[in-house]
Design a protein around this ligand. Structure first.
Ligand SMILES: *Cc1c(COP(=O)(O)O)cnc(C)c1O
Length: 441
């Protein structure tokens, strides 16, 4: 595109808008931040072509070169056909599922999912007339088969679940869905594409909270959907009239226009661009920068986490450690198949003694930061029973592997010895008498 002419002989107000308003052409080595609401059309014909066939860039809610670069990077790393970057992980889950399901439809979801996803399905989707069935097992495909109804439009689960660290048997569960044309949507936030690529095992769609490991440094929020681009009209067409039917007799359907990529076209052009959860190009830039070091961070986080988990499991103050990298975890065998490069770095630890012990532990930690976030270069700690899971009953929490003594750790890239020294000091603090107890003695 040619640089715009600078305005001449115009007033101050015109010049403050139009002078120096474009960068001189150059090629930065990093992904440039196209922080702009939109893009001038080069010609009348190009404007027409953009609206007709989506050619080029017009308005950032529909597409932006910075977002596009990060989308191509993520599609490639997950082994998908295309990706859609969104403003948060919640937006990614929402857009992916609303592409597939609408009023009168049904979704089968793993019971062990992020609390925000559970709330989305039980409250928001319920009000839209979308039903959900919760399935306890992340490996018993028969439980998933039994939950299918004629109006089931999606299976949803996390590759490594929050909070129990169960690993999804993606091949087994996606195969049951495929028999009926139902896609498996996998939230791959905890594993990242470095450790696990669900599309390679039969999932059709992957979502992430890019706020976590992908950006990696906790500076921005983001989400992404990656689609396998293999929508099969023959086996699945009957479930998705929004993809196969013409809106008017003259307008070709999405499948007629985009073939096996129809699903992504529906997500991008129909669901996301209408609901509007577009990320800032600045956030997209940070996510793109973060991804460039993903493998290094995740390797280090996984090896730190394994050491920390083993060390904690041997301590008398600890009742149990739910880390899938430990031989004692019920998903350990499945994890060996799906996670050959590391077991991730987010898991829960349950202290003997309940909430008071958990409180003292968290308050004594110095290297670990007490906050509700995960996948950061910094190590983080949270007490789910009083925060993320506070609205659940004690019985529900127990089923989810969250009791009063449970704390969630997200292990960062610090030196392993400093993390263990910090945990050691904090565990000792849980055994100290409190001031009020001291007064009594
Ligand atoms: C954080 C998280 C989400 C939600 O993502 P946001 O970016 O916070 O909206 C979804 N799924 C999982 C597993 C998460 O950890």
């Amino acid at each position: 595109m040619t640089a715009r002419q600078e305005p001449v002989n115009t007033g101050f107000s015109t010049r403050q808008v139009h002078s120096g308003a474009t960068a001189r052409p150059s090629t930065p080595r990093t992904i440039p931040i196209h922080l702009t609401a939109g893009f001038p059309f080069e010609s009348f014909a190009q404007a027409e072509a953009h609206f007709d066939a989506g050619e080029g860039f017009g308005y950032t809610r529909v597409g932006n070169p910075t977002l596009d670069a990060v989308e191509r990077k993520l599609a490639d790393l997950e082994g998908g056909a295309s990706a859609l970057l969104l403003a948060s992980g919640q937006a990614a889950v929402t857009v992916a599922l609303l592409c597939l399901a609408g009023a009168g439809d049904h979704i089968v979801c793993a019971r062990h999912v992020y609390e925000g996803t559970r709330g989305l399905l039980t409250e928001n989707f319920a009000r839209l007339g979308i039903d959900v069935t919760w399935v306890d097992s992340t490996h018993d495909a028969e439980q998933w088969r039994a939950a299918i109804r004629p109006n089931t439009k999606a299976f949803f689960a996390e590759s490594i679940s929050n909070a129990r660290n169960d690993v999804l048997d993606i091949a087994a569960i996606s195969a049951v869905g495929r028999e009926r044309g139902i896609p498996l949507v996998v939230d791959n936030t905890f594993a990242t594409p470095y450790l696990l690529r669900p599309l390679e095992h039969g999932a059709a769609v992957v979502v992430h909270s890019a706020s976590k490991f992908l950006s990696g440094q906790g500076a921005v929020l983001g989400g992404v959907i990656v689609d396998d681009g293999a929508f099969d009209e023959e086996t699945a067409g009957h479930l998705y009239p929004q993809l196969t039917e013409r809106r008017t007799p003259e307008a070709p359907s999405l499948v007629e226009r985009f073939g096996a990529r129809a699903r992504m076209s529906q997500m991008r052009d129909s669901v996301a661009s209408r609901l509007g959860p577009t990320p800032s190009p600045l956030s997209a830039f940070f996510i793109g920068q973060g991804i460039e070091t993903l493998s290094l961070r995740v390797q280090r986080q996984s090896s730190n986490a394994l050491s920390v988990a083993r060390w904690l499991a041997a301590r008398a103050e600890i009742e149990y450690v739910d880390y899938v990298g430990l031989e004692s975890h019920p998903s350990h065998l499945i994890a060996q198949k799906y996670l050959p490069n590391g077991y991730g770095s987010v898991f829960t630890v349950t202290l003997r003694g309940g909430r008071e012990q958990a409180r003292r532990f968290i308050e004594a930690l110095e290297v670990f930061t007490h906050m509700t976030h995960l996948g950061d270069v910094r190590s983080l700690v949270l007490h789910p029973a009083s925060t993320s899971h506070a609205q659940r009953t004690a019985a529900e929490r127990a089923q989810l592997g969250v009791t009063e003594g449970t704390v969630r750790l997200s292990v960062g890239i610090e030196d392993e010895s400093d993390l263990i020294a910090d945990l050691d000091r904090a565990l000792r603090a849980t055994l100290m008498p409190t001031e009020s107890e001291e007064e009594l003695t």
